[in-house]
Write a protein that binds this ligand. Structure first.
Ligand SMILES: Cc1ncc(COP(=O)(O)O)c(C=O)c1O
Length: 401
């Protein structure tokens, strides 16, 4: 590793005492995220286990999940919401495979998942009239360059860079193309401008802290119209077919999933939605998330060795807060050594049992990522920050002494 010997550290690493207070819940992973406080397996005892998802009771559970999600998110009544196989990826893929190709496509890419959707559009779907508007980690692409006569794909909250959109003011209401938003780290934690979006997707294991399994696919009337009027010239796997004959397969949006869902995961998501309702619904979840993120933002502001990966304060994610180490000695290491440094920090915290799974995404720049979604407690983040200082000082002493 670069700089492992003989460099005098400006930080008196050994002076940072091991904190005594530990987060009650060390789960700060960006997905699956922590369960809400008070969650127990007992809450799943009414799960329709061993029953068909097409039985009256199974279908009712799926329908309730759809209805409750729509209501809590304030989704317009004329939108459809369906449960898909394959988590958020499945929901996004269903939209791309069924809808793309009718017109040109602009993909906005500012982190890894947006990059994946761009790759799919190009390499899997072979979209020829494709523009990729790309920015480095920490930044947003030039939003004014987007052409809304084309279909637009974007990732509302970039989980791997901690950069998010904050409003849809830059999206015209009278657009011709569809706006397809992967909102998996945003739904239930941020306001979504439904009138500026046509497809919105998310999964249960992010802000709700549910079990990973299925993806939610929300369609505006404009998106439904696309499915009715456009039949792409490509084979679509059965689980992602949204058409039935010449029309939308409406049954999907009434709880008749294309294939078998996990009714245990469904029950868990219903428990999370009940918890969310008890908290006060969407505005309370957003407030919890904002409060959590503020704990991290305040700590970053008073901590010289760290910065938010997101360069513009306005677009800082409130769910996946991404950190970069700016201490001059660490920052002077090459990228691989910086990654190793951050890894040694996360390993120390894992060994102490105070923070699990906080490594930056594998394709992202060196850093750490702290999930601040609604199921995380602000007091746990408060307790975590001295540990981050301790891990930094300890890793620094190990690296540079
Ligand atoms: C923005 C974004 N899109 C897509 C995914 C993939 O989600 P899933 O594993 O639910 O398919 C993730 C996962 O972290 C994500 O953060």
């Amino acid at each position: 590793m670069n700089g492992t010997i003989g460099t005098a550290s400006p930080v008196a690493a050994h002076d940072v005492a091991r904190p005594t207070l530990r987060p009650a819940d060390p789960r700060f992973s960006p997905g699956p995220t922590a369960k809400f406080a008070g969650w127990t397996l007992e809450l799943l005892k009414e799960a329709s286990l061993g029953r068909s998802h097409r039985s009256k009771i199974g279908k009712a559970k799926l329908q309730t999940l759809i209805t409750k999600s729509k209501a809590m998110l304030g989704m317009p009544a004329d939108w459809r919401l369906g449960i898909m196989a394959g988590s958020d990826t499945g929901a996004v893929e269903a939209a791309l495979w069924n809808m793309l190709g009718a017109r040109g496509v602009d993909v906005l890419v500012w982190e890894s998942f947006g990059g994946d959707w761009a790759k799919d559009a190009k390499d899997q779907l072979g979209i020829e009239d494709l523009r990729v508007l790309k920015a480095d980690y920490g930044q947003l692409p030039n939003l004014s360059a987007v052409d809304f006569d084309r279909d637009v794909i974007l990732t509302w909250n970039g989980t791997t860079s901690g950069v998010r959109l904050v409003d849809g003011d830059w999206i015209p209401e009278d657009r011709q193309g569809l706006v397809i938003a992967d909102a998996t780290s945003a739904a239930f934690a941020m306001d979504l401008p439904w009138d500026k979006l046509d497809v919105v997707t998310w999964s249960w294991q992010k802000v709700l802290g549910g079990e990973a399994a299925h993806g939610m696919l929300a369609l505006s009337p404009h998106a439904v119209e696309r499915i009715r009027s456009y039949k792409p010239n490509r084979p679509i796997p059965k689980i992602y077919q949204l058409r039935k004959g010449e029309d939308l397969n409406e049954a999907i949006f009434e709880g008749a999933t294309q294939n078998t869902p996990s009714l245990l995961a469904v029950e868990d998501c219903l428990a999370a939605l009940n918890w969310a309702g008890d908290q006060g619904g969407l505005s309370a979840l957003i407030a919890r998330t904002d409060r959590n993120a503020q704990v991290m933002f305040d700590w970053i502001a008073r901590t010289p060795w760290v910065e938010n990966l997101c360069e513009d304060d306005k677009h800082r994610s409130t769910t996946g807060v991404c950190l970069k180490v700016v201490d001059p000695e660490v920052a002077s290491l090459d990228e691989a050594a910086q990654k190793a440094f951050c890894k040694s920090m996360s390993k120390l915290l894992d060994q102490e049992g105070v923070a699990f799974d906080i490594d930056a995404y594998r394709a992202a720049p060196a850093g750490l990522r702290i999930w601040c979604g609604a199921t995380v407690e602000a007091s746990d983040l408060q307790a975590l920050t001295p540990w981050l200082d301790w891990a930094f000082a300890t890793a620094k002493a190990q690296t540079f002494s």
